[in-house]
Design a protein around this ligand. Structure first.
Ligand SMILES: [Zn+2]
Length: 368
């Protein structure tokens, strides 16, 4: 399968447009036109990852963290680690693609997989992304309402959480008068026409607007389609940061910490004691989620599991919420299984998908 087709599988799930504006998701090195042999997925790329890809005949690496994040002024393979990785990728003809904050912010992405590991039920985004949605209203003769709506839904319109094909329809009367140069489907030139029409309203992600409008026009019978696109101030329920959920049964603080160690298969974690002694409602954010501490407290979570927590953030949390730092690598690694599963499911040939067999976690705990 061609690389761009494989990337489409990922971006249909985690659209690039929802990524953090300063992020650098997408193609890092190589070509999207490449015919993919096998695929290696990992959190980070280093030289060992590229070597393993080469051994396993993988010419596509999909990483979570982008290799190119800070600006690169020169390629100095003698001194610079990133330059050496790029050199190796190019010499071995391997393409590197990264899905970072778009994978963090999508349903079933990084934080949902962490929540699954912690066996949380009733999962929902902790904070929804601020609006990047539009509403499209289109006026269609009744006879074609279903056809036009279907085309728009197929192009991605009308998705609200677990519901698809969402629309609202109002019956009314449309009027128009075509010029002498017009070619009206209904009525005749230069005569005012009154037609029973349906106004269809649908929600559309801003990055899908042009696709949906094109599909709408294609399915619409009129020469000139009357429609409106307007921006919304609603938060977007389809994308967000962090996840909130519940344990199936209440645990003591100690039991919960033991549970975190066990399900993430880790030996160490850092934490600050919370307000409650019994833990049931839990917020999580894979990777650096300290900015979501207030949201976790406001959502009445008993505990918040994330990573990269600073001393003063622990201070802010103390006696408010049980704040657990379970490690950046450790809270993000669960997403690789879901990524592997989704890519494998959509492959139409014998391409194999491997998870990197080693660890790219640079942090080591020292015990005497
Ligand atoms: Zn990360």
């Amino acid at each position: 399968m061609r690389c761009d087709k494989i990337i489409k599988i990922i971006e249909d799930w985690a659209p690039k447009s929802i990524a953090w504006e300063k992020d650098n998701v997408g193609l890092q090195v190589g070509s999207l036109r490449l015919e993919v042999k096998n695929i290696l997925i990992c959190l980070d790329v280093d030289e060992k990852v590229v070597d393993e890809a080469s051994r396993k005949k993988c010419n596509l690496i999909i990483s979570h963290h982008p290799l190119l994040f800070r600006s690169l002024k020169k390629l100095d393979v003698g001194k610079d680690k990133i330059s050496r990785i790029i050199e190796k990728l190019i010499k071995k003809d391997i393409t590197l693609y990264s899905a970072h904050t778009n994978l963090d912010f999508t349903k079933d992405g990084v934080s949902f997989q962490l929540a699954n590991r912690l066996k949380l039920i009733k999962q929902n985004f902790l904070v929804n992304l601020s609006s990047d949605q539009n509403k499209i209203s289109v006026f269609v003769p009744s006879s074609h309402a279903d056809k036009v709506a279907e085309a728009m839904h197929y192009a991605g319109a009308g998705i609200i959480g677990e519901y698809t094909n969402c629309s609202f329809r109002i019956l009314g009367t449309g009027t128009f008068r075509g010029s002498a140069k017009s070619n009206p489907r209904i009525g005749i030139q230069e005569k005012i026409e009154r037609v029973e029409e349906i106004k269809i309203e649908v929600l559309v992600n801003s990055f899908d607007v042009s696709k949906v409008v094109a599909a709408m026009k294609q399915a619409h019978p009129y020469e000139e389609v009357a429609y409106d696109v307007y921006p919304l101030a609603n938060s977007n329920v389809n994308y967000g940061m962090g996840v909130i959920g519940e344990l199936t049964k209440e645990l003591s603080e100690k039991e919960f910490l033991r549970h975190v160690l066990k399900v993430l298969q880790i030996k160490n974690l850092r934490y600050a004691k919370g307000l409650k002694t019994r833990i049931k409602k839990v917020a999580v954010c894979g990777g650096s989620g300290s900015d979501l501490l207030d949201a976790a407290i406001q959502s009445n979570a008993d505990a918040f599991v994330t990573a990269d927590v600073k001393y003063h953030t622990f201070q802010d949390a103390e006696s408010e919420i049980l704040l657990v730092d379970a490690g950046h690598f450790e809270t993000e690694i669960p997403v690789l299984n879901e990524l592997k599963k989704r890519v494998e499911k959509s492959l139409t040939d014998k391409t194999k998908v491997y998870k990197y067999s080693g660890s790219t976690n640079p942090i080591v705990f020292y015990n005497n």
